[in-house]
Design a protein around this ligand. Structure first.
Ligand code: C5P
Length: 229
């Protein structure tokens, strides 16, 4: 399991400052649309120049042609992974997969199953089904469409792992139980036990009064958990 820090600070300057402090560590960074709107693709390039693995988390959701064209542009940024919504549908996912297959640099495509902020009730309201069923449905669709991995919460990893191969990219990782907008969260220990490949953490690190110390603590904890596997 690898730590992926969500760079959701207000400005790209602040995000890059945090990344710079972590240069040399075995950590991935996730650039969301907030950071991307502020820093553009240069922010991604900077992170790559610093030697980090980067996931561009723009969660594409559109018609197949638009998503495929956007995917080609994203591939040109040199990112390692990027996200799309599995709920955009099988043809959209297939179009994205074919588009990146033609690119010189082919990033891995991760399909979001059910957002980690959704509770079961919210999932019912939107998808008319519970989280487990919908996550399974989207994960299977994503696999069939040639996605390289899925985004899900710690709660679904174990049973989805039995069903689909590929990367499990897992947001909603917490170091303690402070309430926030994430409905389905879990600890690093649970994430490791259920087979997460990337443990994604944003606020628990960047909102800390000392993000560097917090990130280093998380890295040590992950190294310990990886050794135990
Ligand atoms: O601050 P926090 O640890 O909740 O950050 C989680 C990050 O993961 C955010 O950038 C959020 O946009 C992203 N994410 C998520 N749930 C998904 C996909 C991405 O929380 N299903």
């Amino acid at each position: 399991m690898k730590l992926c820090i969500a760079l959701d600070l207000p400005t790209m300057g602040e995000n890059l400052f945090l990344a710079k402090q972590l240069e040399g560590r075995d950590v991935a960074f996730k650039v969301g649309f907030k950071a991307f709107l502020d820093g553009g693709h240069q922010s991604v390039t900077r992170l790559k120049e610093m030697g980090f693995e980067v996931c561009l988390d723009l969660k594409l959701y559109d018609i197949p042609n638009t998503m495929a064209e956007a995917a080609k542009t994203i591939a040109g940024f040199g990112v390692d992974m990027f996200t799309i919504h599995a709920s955009a549908g099988r043809s959209a996912m297939e179009a994205v997969a074919s588009a990146v297959d033609t690119c010189f640099h082919r990033p891995k495509i991760l399909a979001v199953t059910v957002l980690t902020s959704f509770s079961n009730d919210e999932c019912y309201e939107i998808y008319e089904g519970d989280v487990a069923d919908k996550a399974e449905y989207f994960a299977v669709q994503a696999r069939r469409a040639g996605m390289d991995g899925i985004v899900c919460s710690v709660h679904e990893c174990e049973f989805l792992r039995e069903m689909v191969s590929g990367i499990l990219f897992v947001p909603g990782i917490r170091l303690n139980d402070t309430p926030d907008d994430q409905a389905r969260k879990g600890s690093l220990e649970v994430a490791s036990k259920v087979g997460a490949d990337y443990a994604v953490m944003g606020r628990p690190i960047y909102m800390d009064e000392n993000p560097l110390i917090k990130a280093d603590w998380a890295l040590r904890e992950i190294a310990r958990l990886n050794d135990e596997l």
